[in-house]
Write a protein that binds this ligand. Sequence first.
Ligand SMILES: [Zn+2]
Length: 451
Amino acid sequence: MLRKVPLIVILGSTGTGKTKLSLELAERFGGEIISADSMQVYTKLDIATAKATKEEQSRVRHHLLDVVTPAEPFTVTHFRNAALPIIEELLAKSKPPIVVGGTNYYIESLLWDILVETKQLQADASENAEHLTAELMTAMTTAELHEYLNKIDANSAIRMHPNNRRKIKRAIEVYQSTGQTLTDKLAEQRQQPGGNRLGGPLRYPHIILLWLRCQQEVLNERLDKRVDAMLQQGLLQELRQFHNCYAGDKTEEFTKGVLQTIGYKEFVPYLMKYDAQHDERVVAYLSENNYELPTQEQLSELEIVLANLAESLQLLSKCCEQLKLVTRRYSKKQLKWINNRFLASAQRQVPDLYELDTSNVSDWHEAVFKRAECIIDSYRQHQICEIMPMAKRVHPGGELNEETSNFCSICERHFVGEFQWGLHLKSNKHKRRRESQRREQQRAANAEAEA
Ligand SMILES: [Zn+2]
């Protein structure tokens, strides 16, 4: 007796092989791919956001790529409302939906019932507070929004960092669209079986999470090569076109969001300084040099004959370095997210998470594909899989109150939750500041005594 088709989710940072595995599993199990990437939903920037190529898209059906233009707003609610019906339909046809991750909160919105329904605006929702239009909200500072939230839902306000505009706005929107505060909503969800303070119960009973990992040195090397490949595919032309279309439009908040896309924003210094005509010279140089950026030595030689070209290549190299840095940082952030959300949540329902090491490409078929296949097959056939899911651990701050916030007057920073607060008080940064403040006061007192 076969079990129901599972929802398969592939996690992992850029360069770990998510696209490759998703294609192979979709072909093996007759599934379809759902992209959960807040930048790939937009048309344009295909190379910069590493979308599945047209050839890859022709092998397996892909969903939620290129659904809106960068001039249109697209939120996690849009995403969830678009993705859930696709998942339902695939499951009904016994085709496994394969979610390929990129954006953490997009994935969370599919796994847990954490987001509240955005109903039609109810006229009486704003009984107690003046209704904020979207335009008004955009115009308000984050501090003003926080103050506003404090009036309608003080409990949420205290849980949120005063600089976290996205969360604050979201809490206000919940209230305005449902007439119920976020605090009440969350309390309601906690009552449901499997629910807890971090969110509601799992949306689907059959979920397999595959986490692609890669040794840091190997990943760094891959990221270097990836940037070269992107240049070869026409990254510069793509960025130029996008820049000319959207960089001037800073009136809408969502356009500002798109301009923060990793893979674009790192190149803004270059794009601002040079034009399309100059790009052609750069591309001509690169195509003659195997799309490898010049070394310092090569730059010095080039400087003597073509100073202007050398200078632009140097700036371009800096932008590429910045992109690699940001990508590495992002992968660290994701590591933290996976640890917190899937391994440390003793109180939350979490699906099983399987780790697959993709460091050795020549061993891909055995080490990655075969293992993933075995995990999914064993699951469906009710057999015990030799590959075990990762062990969950207890979060060191699991018992602490995470619903408060503290302000450090020495460092002038807010901290949400007792755990973060405890860490801060023990941090070297805080101790150094405290010490220097103490010395400062001592010096002032001495000066006063002398006077
Ligand atoms: Zn401090």
